[in-house]
Design a protein around this ligand. Structure first.
Ligand code: ZN
Length: 385
């Protein structure tokens, strides 16, 4: 696919001031305003508001679609909690914890976010656009019957299930490069060979949700269609690229999906306060660009990223790559007040190159080699490679 193809078919950026302004609480790590920062940075770098781009303002998802993934009882309890009704079941459902506090209006907010992801995937499947990005979406930890990991409603699982309901023979791939294992999405498609689930993440030995071992490969008809690539905390751009290149492209090329849904969480960065991987956005973008090469139709979703400004830089670069644009700082050279965020250099959006020289690097590489070996031995043959 070329720049011409994208310009001819169109792209969609999902954004709403109202949704980006929603507050999870002052001390909560999850900041929807990352979407605003991304939009602003895209503006500054001249990569938004081109004629082939459409801004989609999300509307609430049809409630009947929620139960394509979630339990009906969970939805009812979440709605009540969101309206201030206290019940005994709330905590059992993961609502009212530090990670998933009871927030007034979280139900309606989640409905709109899920509506954005669902509608955008629909547009891609209907041929209204070729690529899209919903920086507000990507709630990959929400489970069938409970909330966890800052996620209440699983917009991804619902959108994919809805797409399959309409086109039961379609093949979709889900590639999750967030630092955390995409456990909620894995749960949704563990037995389903129509959805190729791949998650590359920090190992569950050191990070929530403590799952995503390479031995989780799907079950029944879905065996071999779930791939997990856990990485040690010492992994840098080099280790990451090694693990990515030797597993994901050959698997996706052989599966040949109609569309890729990509969860582009930016919490793999060395600066992220919640995780322990040591990537720069050079390694991150290398992976994003490889994903984009694997399929003409891509729906990108935000997900994690708790270093606010660096997450916005990653997502601006990702949106640029989706549109085959090179971001250029339109304000470069102007003096005063143009810095983007604390300690951010003006000019390039890319981080300075960095490779981990610590003792943990060698261990991380050996472990990555072992995991790659396991996947190539156990999963590749299932797909005839
Ligand atoms: Zn994450």
């Amino acid at each position: 696919m070329s720049k011409d193809d994208v310009q001819k078919s169109g792209s969609i950026f999902v954004f709403s001031d109202e949704l980006a302004g929603f507050d999870f609480g002052e001390n909560h790590y999850f900041k929807p305003e990352r979407a605003t920062k991304t939009y602003e940075l895209c503006n500054r770098y001249g990569v938004i508001n081109h004629p082939w781009m459409k801004i989609l303002r999300p509307k609430s998802i049809d409630r009947s679609l929620l139960t394509l993934f979630h339990e009906k009882e969970y939805i009812e309890i979440l709605e009540k909690a969101s309206h201030g009704e206290v019940s005994l079941e709330i905590l059992e459902r993961g609502i009212g914890t530090i990670d998933n506090p009871i927030i007034q209006g979280i139900f309606e907010w989640s409905l709109k976010v899920a509506g954005g992801t669902h509608k955008t995937l629909r547009h891609l499947l209907d041929g209204d656009a070729l690529v899209a990005f919903n920086p507000l979406g990507g709630f990959h930890h929400a489970r069938r019957g409970h909330a966890e990991g800052f996620c209440y409603i699983n917009d991804i699982a619902i959108a994919v299930k809805a797409a399959l309901q309409k086109s039961p023979d379609m093949k979709l791939a889900y590639i999750d490069i967030d630092a955390h294992h995409g456990n909620g999405v894995q749960e949704a498609f563990y037995h389903d060979p129509r959805v190729f689930f791949i998650s590359i993440h920090e190992t569950g030995k050191t990070l929530y949700p403590w799952s995503g071992s390479e031995v989780e490969i799907g079950e029944g008809d879905g065996k071999g269609f779930t791939v997990n690539i856990p990485l040690e905390s010492g992994s840098d751009d080099e280790v990451y690229s090694f693990a990515f290149d030797n597993t994901i492209p050959p698997l996706i090329e052989s599966f040949s999906p109609y569309v890729i849904i990509a969860e582009l969480g930016a919490d793999t960065l060395i600066s992220d306060p919640l995780t322990h991987l040591k990537l720069t956005n050079n390694g991150y973008m290398r992976a994003v660009k490889k994903i984009i090469e694997l399929c003409p139709r891509i729906l990108a979703l935000g997900g994690g990223g708790y270093d606010l400004y660096r997450t916005a830089r990653c997502w601006t670069l990702a949106w640029s790559a989706l549109n085959r644009l090179e971001p250029i700082d339109e304000f470069a050279g102007l003096v005063g007040g143009m810095m983007f965020g604390p300690e951010m250099e003006v000019g390039s959006l890319y981080d300075h190159p960095y490779l981990n020289k610590g003792e943990d690097k060698e261990k991380a590489m050996l472990e990555a080699q072992r995991v790659v070996e396991y996947i190539r031995k156990k999963i590749f043959p299932i797909h005839g490679i």
